[in-house]
Design a binder for this molecule. Sequence first.
Ligand SMILES: NC(=O)C1=CN([C@@H]2O[C@H](COP(=O)(O)OP(=O)(O)OC[C@H]3O[C@@H](n4cnc5c(N)ncnc54)[C@H](OP(=O)(O)O)[C@@H]3O)[C@@H](O)[C@H]2O)C=CC1
Ligand SMILES: O=C(O)CCC(=O)C(=O)O
Ligand SMILES: [Mg+2]
Length: 418
Amino acid sequence: MAYQHIKVPAEGVKITANEDFSLNIPNNPIIPFIEGDGIGVDITPVMQRVVDAAVEKTYGGERKIAWMEVFAGEKATHVYGGDHWLPRETMEAVRDFVVSIKGPLTTPVGGGIRSLNVALRQELDLYVCQRPVRYYTGTPSPLKQPEKTDMVIFRENSEDIYAGIEWAAGSPEAKKMVDFLINTMGVSKIRFPATSGIGVKPVSEEGTKRLVRKAIQYAIENDRSSVTLVHKGNIMKFTEGAFKNWGYELAMQEFGATEIDGGPWCRLQNPKNGKEIIIKDVIADNFLQQILLRPEDYSVIATMNLNGDYISDALAAQVGGIGIAPGANLSDTVAMFEATHGTAPKYAGLDKVNPGSLILSAEMMLRHLGWVEAADLIVKGLSGAISSGRVTYDFARAIDSATELSCSEFGENIVAHM
Ligand SMILES: NC(=O)C1=CN([C@@H]2O[C@H](COP(=O)(O)OP(=O)(O)OC[C@H]3O[C@@H](n4cnc5c(N)ncnc54)[C@H](OP(=O)(O)O)[C@@H]3O)[C@@H](O)[C@H]2O)C=CC1
Ligand SMILES: O=C(O)CCC(=O)C(=O)O
Ligand SMILES: [Mg+2]
């Protein structure tokens, strides 16, 4: 395919997907990457350096990633000119090359462009946002026993109020919606109709079930003890409450789960090892206090888009902060890996922030490719680097005896500990 600004590396081979969603992974896969806005310029090259070192050390030249830069965000406006924040060919390339990784992208608050991150997820139907949260020894944490936090979040990534269906207060569209709600639907609960912005929260049975299915499959594959549906269904009955009901329904219909003591909690037997997996639910506000007091009660988390966003950062903080919080956006075929955090603009270009988040996102990517030995080596390198006490500012400020390293120095420390 001929691109305008994307240069396809001659030494690489494309990953392809089969009809059964399995992937064909060459030894030199082309991986598109978006550098990202803000601190993207700092963390993306360090991530590439660490990944290349892990792959080289593991496979001794037999395997190698062929990186291919694709553009989004501010850099795209420089490369393509004008208002091209998310060029069409970027979207085509990440779809076509199947597996990619991205740095964070800026979204202005209260106006300007809509989230490019959300646009990528929606257009590519990356309906699962998978974010593992675990403790690395030596990481400063506000908890007494941070090692008890070991969860994997499955955040629905395509619908909910997060889909961005909303109209500004005073706009003709908002007025039309308010008029429709009051006069056609008989709604009397809009407190200030003339000055209300209006948002819409779609939550569907299909969207819920495909997400919860992935969460339960993950629990089965990874020998996890429970899947918890987190929702605010007592208040938003037909969106968040329905998410809960559809989640239980799926567990019973597709995985043979049976109710415990009359329900709604249920249990299923892991077909891989016969162990019990509990499917349960918890209301979101209660969940946010319980993860601090009894984190060991939770393992796999399935939740909607906005809850998942809040929960991701909150859980990341429990194990030391979003400097080492990784993530993956997944469809049945296309996968795009990215950190949980954003562009942290005040640190952009300072070679200061923790690159661990994007490096661990790449670690998930290597595992996704089946390059588990290289992924394991990255975990070893990062664990060793954190334990050495030579860490980036975010950890150094919370550890008395630590030595502060720059972003790139910390990357070298990870490589040294592989
Ligand atoms: N997926 C994406 O691309 C995302 C994009 N965004 C976008 O990013 C922009 C900024 O958002 P904001 O709310 O400030 O959230 P950020 O996640 O960008 O930053 C918040 C704070 O988190 C800490 N932090 C973030 N990244 C790192 C890191 N790598 N190492 C160490 N500490 C880190 C810093 O804390 P401290 O100040 O304590 O040092 C920082 O000030 C917005 O435009 C937002 O829309 C936000 C989230 C995800
Ligand atoms: O798209 C954005 O700017 C924010 C996204 C975000 O916070 C997230 O996905 O965790
Ligand atoms: Mg977020």
